[in-house]
Design a protein around this ligand. Structure first.
Ligand code: BGC
Length: 740
């Protein structure tokens, strides 16, 4: 069936549902923000469920196409339409396979990758991101956006790190909650993913993860818990991998007990595409909606169709025979209808819009705030636009599209400003020259097609261009291709690929002034660091990439981004990698997270292993001074708030923003602890010469550790250290408090 007729069907369904439901809904608000609204919706669902046949109920629990589920036409219950996620609304995909449908009206705004959003340390921007994306999703008639992803950055090898928000559970939680609230305020459900422990792409569909309960609760679950309990997220996607021998998409502990039991999650659990594995587990352990294509495990064939899904005919048969009680399907249908009342059956759904100036401004603002200035010797940046200056822009990433590739987060933006274009448009007086320098080839799905360019000629050309310029901007890093920053598999090397280091040395030999524009979603080895005067980490910035990069390089915007994960000097300095294969990527499809709770900077700090660039680090073009750091009391009890304040002054010569970061640690703990953990932060923007006192409030209960002996959080009494700094490795004041 083609999409046009499908949409006609949806339209007729929608009018039917309005007719059917309007009689009882006339003056009720559909928002479930208060109990009475929620109860009204539940009452409606109570009245609908008995009207449905068993076949209709089961049909609602699995896909009817690659990205949609069946409604119940005779009752006017609409279909549900989904799209990836999470950096913009993905182009339309064919009904039955992964090919793009070739529409001409599905191009959108590409927002920066989530690593960039995390680097802003600005929750307000996360809210604007979610809201703008939601409006674009509404415009494209989507009910669920498949994202954002909140899996923790455990190793720089993970091909999908660029889609997540870094290595710290507090930062991830703080950023994802406003994102989801913003998105859902447009009447589109967020589908937080991938629940849980999908921290690598290599063998993602089979690897069996073993991790302690403590690390599970302290590191890997907090962001999921925050979106459930603080943002009321309406959908959650299961992951492909196993945990302790059982697939996570229908997991007795994760999905049934923790998510739906302990956290009282009332939304829908959606499978990842073909991540369901048995009918019984799907039925009983919490999966509500099965998505994918084919039933061959990886979802690559279209031969075995949707009716063969675990939650399709096999489920129906077990329900009919009484082997599975009808209450099991009713519970799933209830959740699905609840999601519909929040989205496509809500009367108060705002309208959608796409590619607006407002969305582009949000994308640009996030991109500029997320760029991290890592190195700036001799004030290499900012670079003034003046007549007698020639800037050589060298490197493939100056012109390569970074919204194409990467896997399911790939986008079809209406436009994408490349770094070269952004610089050319900004620098009106200086001369900008360009050479490709190297070429990475192409990847088609999981195959790499080598470059057809002659590498020597590219290098010679770049050397010539560099020689004739006053300064060089080397725009390199990774790509969004297979084995780079890309879904489906992991990186195989920590070093920069495609001969970039050699090229950089050759360029440096002819031009002393080189700055690196590092376009990646991941940490890379930086043995080349002494070859360059300046480095900016730009991530993948979406539609407005080139403008944002030019904003920062020119100094129109003062950089204020902070790293959301550590850049280890050597790969073995990373916690997961230091334990060898058992820990990453696993042996015989089994994997043990041996570093336990010591992920990222927790490992570097506690083991005293210096990173190249630390979590929370990022420079500015101005200077800040920190005074009067204080805490409101010396001792606290459970449920109280610790209030830390600090005066921040901008002592440099331009406006800028700084992030004050509060870490807390306990030295004489009875259990293993990280030296310190991020528990609060505050970003402040100050004009030149101005000061402001910031206050950060931290709930004492957040200092508890997960105590495996009682399977609960335990707030240890005694002394704690409060570390106040502007990076995890730059603490300017340590205060002591006591918990009674
Ligand atoms: C990815 C999901 C994505 C889904 C649909 C899966 O392969 O893991 O994140 O939402 O495909 O494209």
């Amino acid at each position: 069936m083609n999409f046009v007729s499908k949409y006609c069907k949806i339209a007729s369904c929608l009018s039917l549902i309005v007719l059917l439901l309007n009689c009882e809904n006339k003056d009720s608000k559909k928002s479930d923000s208060n109990v009475s609204d929620f109860n009204q919706i539940e009452a409606k669902i109570d009245s609908i469920i008995p009207l449905l046949t068993l076949e209709e109920k089961v049909a609602m629990c699995h896909a009817q196409s690659k990205f949609s589920t069946k409604g119940v036409e005779r009752l006017g219950i609409p279909e549900i339409w989904m799209a990836d996620g999470p950096h913009g609304v993905r182009a339309e995909v064919s009904w039955d396979d992964w090919a793009y449908a070739g529409w001409t009206n599905d191009s959108i705004t590409a927002f920066p990758a989530l690593t960039c959003l995390a680097s802003t340390f600005n929750p307000e921007l996360a809210n604007k991101y979610g809201f703008s994306l939601g409006e674009e999703a509404r415009y494209r008639k989507k009910d669920i956006i498949l994202g954002p992803g909140v899996n923790i950055y455990r190793t720089p090898m993970n091909g999908r790190n660029f889609e997540y928000m870094g290595e710290d559970p507090f930062l991830t939680s703080t950023m994802v909650v406003p994102y989801v609230k913003g998105l859902q305020s447009t009447g589109v459900a967020a589908c937080i993913k991938h629940f849980a422990l999908n921290n690598q792409e290599r063998w993602r569909d089979k690897v069996d993860v073993y991790v302690s309960d403590r690390a599970l609760h302290e590191i890997y679950l907090p962001a999921f818990k925050a979106v459930v309990t603080e943002a009321d997220v309406w959908a959650i996607m299961g992951a492909y991998n196993k945990f302790r021998g059982q697939y996570t998409t229908h997991h007795e502990l994760l999905t049934k007990k923790i998510l739906k039991g302990d956290w009282e999650y009332d939304g829908v659990v959606v499978s990842d595409w073909s991540s369901a594995h048995t009918t019984d587990e799907a039925a009983y352990f919490g999966l509500d909606l099965e998505m994918g294509t084919g039933t061959d495990g990886l979802g690559l064939t279209t031969a075995n169709h949707y009716s063969q899904y675990y939650l399709a005919t096999p489920f129906l048969e077990k329900l009919k025979s009484g082997e599975i009680p009808e209450s099991v399907v009713d519970e799933k249908v209830r959740r699905i209808l609840r999601l519909m009342y929040r989205t496509n059956m809500s009367e108060n759904r705002p309208v959608g819009r796409a590619n607006t100036k407002a969305h582009q401004d949000v994308a640009r603002k996030i991109a500029t705030e997320g760029i991290v200035l890592l190195k700036n010797d001799n004030n290499f940046f900012p670079i003034e636009d003046k007549k007698e200056l020639t800037i050589a822009v060298i490197g493939e990433n100056a012109t390569r599209s970074m919204t194409a590739g990467g896997g399911s987060s790939e986008l079809k933006p209406k436009f994408e400003i490349s770094p070269l274009q952004g610089l050319q448009e900004r620098y009106k007086n200086a001369t900008i020259t360009h050479a490709l320098g190297y070429h990475s080839g192409k990847s088609i799905y999981d195959e790499i097609v080598p470059s057809t360019y002659n590498a020597d000629s590219l290098k010679l050309e770049a050397i010539q261009v560099a020689k004739e310029a006053d300064i060089v901007l080397f725009v390199g890093g990774l790509t969004k291709s297979h084995l780079q920053d890309c879904e489906g598999d992991d990186r195989r090397q920590y070093k920069l690929p495609f001969g970039q280091e050699e090229l950089l040395s050759a360029v440096k030999a002819v031009n002393k002034k080189v700055g690196f524009v590092l376009v990646t979603g991941n940490a890379v080895e930086m043995e080349w660091l002494n070859q360059v005067d300046g480095v900016i980490q730009t991530w993948y910035l979406g539609s407005m990439a080139g403008h944002a990069i030019a904003d920062v390089i020119s100094g129109d915007v003062n950089p204020s981004g902070k790293l959301p994960f550590s850049f280890p000097k050597k790969l073995e300095d990373n916690a997961a990698m230091s334990f060898g294969e058992t820990s990453y990527p696993g042996v015989d499809m089994k994997q043990e997270y041996k570093e336990d709770i010591l992920v990222g900077y927790r490992w570097h700090d506690t083991k005293n292993i210096e990173s190249q660039y630390a979590f929370g680090y990022g420079m500015s073009y101005t200077y800040f001074k920190f005074d009067n750091v204080s805490v409101d009391k010396e001792s606290y009890i459970k449920d109280e708030k610790i209030k830390i304040s600090c005066q921040v002054s901008n002592t440099g010569n331009r406006e800028g923003a700084e992030v004050v970061q509060i870490y807390i640690g306990k030295s004489d703990s009875k259990v293993k602890r990280a030296l310190k953990e991020l528990k609060g932060f505050s970003k402040v923007n100050l004009e030149q010469g101005k000061s402001e006192t910031i206050e950060v409030s931290i709930d004492v209960n957040k200092l508890a550790f997960y105590d495996e002996s009682i399977s609960d959080w335990n707030l240890e009494k005694g002394d704690y250290n409060i570390y106040v700094g502007n990076a995890s490795n730059n603490i300017f004041e340590t205060l002591k408090i006591n918990i009674k």
